[in-house]
Design a protein around this ligand. Structure first.
Ligand code: SAM
Length: 210
């Protein structure tokens, strides 16, 4: 008889040394019951996060570098960078209801990041100048987001941010952003496929400056 028969499945997915909460996790279920709902899709960990984590294993940040995660949601990629590369990460999200999910995910991974409930449009050049890298996953999902994101990335580059990396499933607003960033900043885009925890392919927009 199998010894594993009655072993409960964990309520998280383990990937690259990080635990991503599933919606079946008791803590997640409790928080969802307490909340009325989310305003802008920060209601789970999105698959682009896993693809960006995989991409970052090939192109990691310097140890202990300062990273800003725009539209961080539950903060999975940020926590990965904090845990594996000692990055000092700030996650920013317009939806403050993501905060307790991020805190829970931070707790189960035993690593920390700083969170701010605010829009990326509110970032100043001075604030941006303190980061070496900006990351984002699945943050360009409405047509109206392309221009504010394009403006933010331009401001960040002028502020001296060295690298910007945004992963996306490939929605039309993202491709508009790619086109504009390729023309203005010499951005590149690569396809990246992972096979675990699911087989999925996403696109990664990369802008680098010396
Ligand atoms: C599809 S979710 C992706 C969340 C997370 N990056 C992930 O991959 O799991 C998009 C996130 O962007 C946030 N967001 C949308 N507009 C924003 C804005 N203007 N400033 C900051 N965050 C924003 C939403 O609240 C949401 O958490």
């Amino acid at each position: 008889m199998s010894q594993c028969k009655n072993t409960p499945k964990p309520h998280y997915i383990e990937y690259l040394g990080i635990k991503a909460l599933k919606s079946s996790h008791p803590g997640v279920r409790k928080l969802k019951r307490q909340q009325q709902g989310h305003s802008a899709h920060g209601n789970k960990v999105w698959r682009s996060s896993f693809v960006l984590m995989d991409y970052l294993t090939t192109y990691p940040p310097e140890q202990s570098s300062r990273v800003l995660d725009i539209g961080c949601g539950w903060g999975l990629t940020s926590l990965f960078l904090a845990k594996q590369y000692s990055a000092q990460v700030t996650g920013l999200d317009i939806d403050e209801s993501v905060a307790p999910f991020l805190a829970l995910q931070s707790e189960i991974n035993q690593c920390e990041m700083h969170f701010e409930a605010r829009s990326f449009e509110s970032l100043t050049r001075e604030e941006l100048s303190s980061y070496q890298t900006i990351i984002g996953t699945d943050i360009c999902f409405w047509d109206e987001m392309t221009t504010p994101l394009f403006d933010l990335l331009g401001l960040a580059l002028r502020a001296g941010v060295e690298r910007i990396i945004i992963a996306d499933p490939g929605r039309p607003p993202f491709w508009d952003l790619v086109d504009r960033c390729a023309q203005a900043f010499g951005a590149e885009v690569v396809a990246r496929r992972i096979y675990e925890p699911w087989k999925t392919e996403k696109y990664v927009l990369v802008i680098e400056q010396a």
